[in-house]
Design a protein. Structure first.
Length: 232
């Protein structure tokens, strides 16, 4: 058991919380919030989750199989979106993703300290966006005349902030084969792609059809690209 892994799990949670609090502070422009988080979610799916799934599963699964799993994830979320609990499923999947971030830190430190630090740097880099994404998801399903339920947002954000440390505990306690998580990564890639393209981005445009929301979405994509590039 490596104490550093637990410290980094706490740091990842703090980064998530900070991102969520910043999203709450600048919530007056819903089109910008949803546009930015939509771009971040799409970028997370295409530039992080899917490539990582292909890399981790290369020894066991073909790229065609994992791409099919991603398509299944997209279809699954399409069905969930039409259920009453659709928005909750999106937030829950983000929680599981954050647990897997912590799990990656815990497993990496089982290999070596250097690998653990590299994985932790990547997690810390995008966890702030995860917190903002959670706040963006909590605003879904309401009309413009309805106030944002910040108490609910705080509860989801707190759970999301605790998730990385939970993953670290699991990763340090049990030995898990990393290749087995490639299927889950691909599944979440499809789900997050749906959340971004079919929920967050359309609602951003509905809130304000101008260019500001689209520019925010591009900024979200660029932000994820820069973070992932710097943490490679």
């Amino acid at each position: 058991m490596t104490p550093t892994a637990y410290i980094l799990g706490v740091a990842a949670g703090m980064s998530t919380g900070l991102g969520g609090l910043l999203a709450m502070k600048f919530n007056r422009r819903t089109d910008l919030l949803l546009g930015l988080t939509g771009g971040c979610v799409v970028g997370l799916a295409l530039m992080d989750l899917l490539p990582e799934a292909l890399e981790e599963g290369a020894s066991r699964f073909t790229s065609t199989f994992l791409a099919g799993v991603m398509a299944m994830g997209f279809g699954l979320y399409l069905l969930l979106h039409r259920c009453p609990a659709g928005p909750v499923a999106g937030r829950a999947s983000l929680l599981v993703h954050s647990v897997m971030d912590g799990l990656g830190i815990g497993l990496a430190f089982q290999l070596s300290d250097r690998t653990g630090w590299l994985v932790a740097a990547a997690v810390l880099g995008h966890d702030m966006a995860d917190g903002a994404n959670m706040i963006g998801l909590t605003t879904l399903g309401r009309t413009t005349a309805q106030p944002i339920q910040w108490q609910q947002s705080y509860r989801w954000l707190l759970a999301n902030a605790c998730a990385p440390l939970t993953g670290v505990v699991i990763g340090q306690t049990f030995h898990v084969e990393a290749a087995g998580f490639s299927v889950l990564l691909a599944l979440f890639a499809g789900g997050f792609l749906y959340i971004g393209t079919a929920e967050l981005l359309p609602r951003s445009r509905a809130a304000n059809p101008g260019l500001a929301g689209g520019t925010a979405s591009i900024a979200g994509l660029a932000f994820m690209a820069v973070i992932l590039h710097l943490t490679q």
